[in-house]
Design a binder for this molecule. Sequence first.
Ligand SMILES: [Fe+2]
Ligand SMILES: [Fe+2]
Length: 144
Amino acid sequence: MDIFKTLRKDHDKQRDLLDKLVNTSGDTKRRKETFESLKRELEVHADAEERYFYKPLIDSDKTQDKARHGIAEHHEIDELLEELEQTEFSSPAWLKIAKDLKERVEHHLDEEEHQVFQMAGKVLSASQKESLSKKYQTYMENRK
Ligand SMILES: [Fe+2]
Ligand SMILES: [Fe+2]
């Protein structure tokens, strides 16, 4: 499996969790649990992706800007997660922020899959695509 398929698989997990999250209500166990799973998933993924995908892209002139942009978006997503964590789970504002988060993450995933993957496809060698995928997966398993 190459790095693109591997990342895409985890992106789909995030999409599922985001759909679930905006369909929760009030101060419920389901909302809390879904939020915790999503937060963990987003944080560990961003960390592993920066190490085993963006780092080699920063080393290449062709993909450096795009990689920096992707990493900046990770920070914006982090901030929204923090905002959500500090908001009363039962307040109407919570769902509004959750929807903002969903939109922001979906935009980020689409941009990675449609723009960054294409550029990275030209910069990374076939063996890099395989080895980065393995490293990413090992790192994810150890962080979970
Ligand atoms: Fe990302
Ligand atoms: Fe990603």
